[in-house]
Design a protein around this ligand. Structure first.
Ligand code: HEC
Length: 162
C-alpha cells in the first residue's frame, strides 16, 4: 500500500510533467512566426542602434551604406542574377509588410516563396537571431520618410486584420 510519502512523490512528478508541458507548449506558440507576432520598431532608439550596426555589417555591402542599392538594380543582371535593390523609398522594400520582410530576410526568397529563384542574397536564419532581423529591418524602416512609413503602417494593419 502506498504511504503518504510515495503519494506526495507521485503528485510532485505529475506536477513537474504538467509544468514542463505548459512551458514547452507556450515556447512553441511564442516562437511560431505568424503575421501577428512580427512587428518592426522604427521608433525604438535602442533597437535602431543595434539595427544600424547589423545593417552596416551584413547588408550594406550589397544594399548600400545609405540604403541606395546597387547601381543598375532595375534592369542590369550580373551573371544572370539581379542586383540588390535600394532599401530607401526608391526601392520596393516598403511595398512588403513587416511579416514578409522578416520571412524574406530569414529564409531567403526561394525558401519563403517556395520557388526556384536564383539570387545572391543569403538566407539569414543561421547568421542572425530573430531579434537581430527585427532590429535591422526596423533600422531600414526608420530611414523612410514619414509619408512612406504611414503607408507601410496601413499596409501592415490591413494585412493583420485579414
Ligand atoms: C550578397 C548581396 C546581398 C546581401 C549581403 C543582402 N542582400 Fe538583400 N537582396 C539582395 C538582392 C540581389 C536582392 C534582390 C533579389 C531579387 O529580387 O532578385 C535582395 C532583396 C532583399 C529584400 C527584398 C526587397 C524587395 O523589395 O523585394 C530584402 C527585404 C532584403 N534584401 C533585405 C536584406 C537585409 C536585411 C540584409 C542584411 C541583413 C540583406 N538583404 C543583405 C542582395 C543582398
Amino acid at each position: 500500500m502506498d504511504t503518504l510519502a510515495t503519494k506526495k512523490y507521485y503528485l510532485l512528478i505529475m506536477i513537474i510533467i504538467l509544468v514542463s508541458f505548459c512551458i514547452g507548449f507556450s515556447y512553441l506558440i511564442n516562437n511560431q512566426e505568424s503575421k501577428n507576432n512580427i512587428t518592426l520598431f522604427p521608433e525604438n532608439k535602442i533597437i535602431l542602434a543595434s539595427g544600424k550596426l547589423i545593417y552596416d555589417d551584413q547588408c550594406a555591402s550589397c544594399h548600400g551604406i545609405n540604403l541606395q542599392g546597387q547601381e543598375g538594380w532595375q534592369d542590369e543582371l550580373v551573371d544572370g542574377l539581379r542586383l540588390a535593390p535600394p532599401h530607401n523609398e526608391e526601392g520596393h522594400t516598403w511595398h512588403h509588410t513587416d511579416y514578409h520582410l522578416f520571412m524574406l530576410t530569414k529564409y531567403g526568397i526561394e525558401e519563403f516563396l517556395n520557388m526556384d529563384y536564383p539570387n545572391n542574397m543569403p538566407a539569414y536564419k543561421n547568421l542572425l537571431s530573430n531579434d537581430q532581423i527585427i532590429s535591422v529591418l526596423s533600422y531600414i524602416k526608420s530611414k523612410w520618410p514619414s509619408h512612406i512609413r504611414i503607408k507601410h503602417d496601413q499596409l501592415n494593419k490591413v494585412f493583420k486584420e485579414n
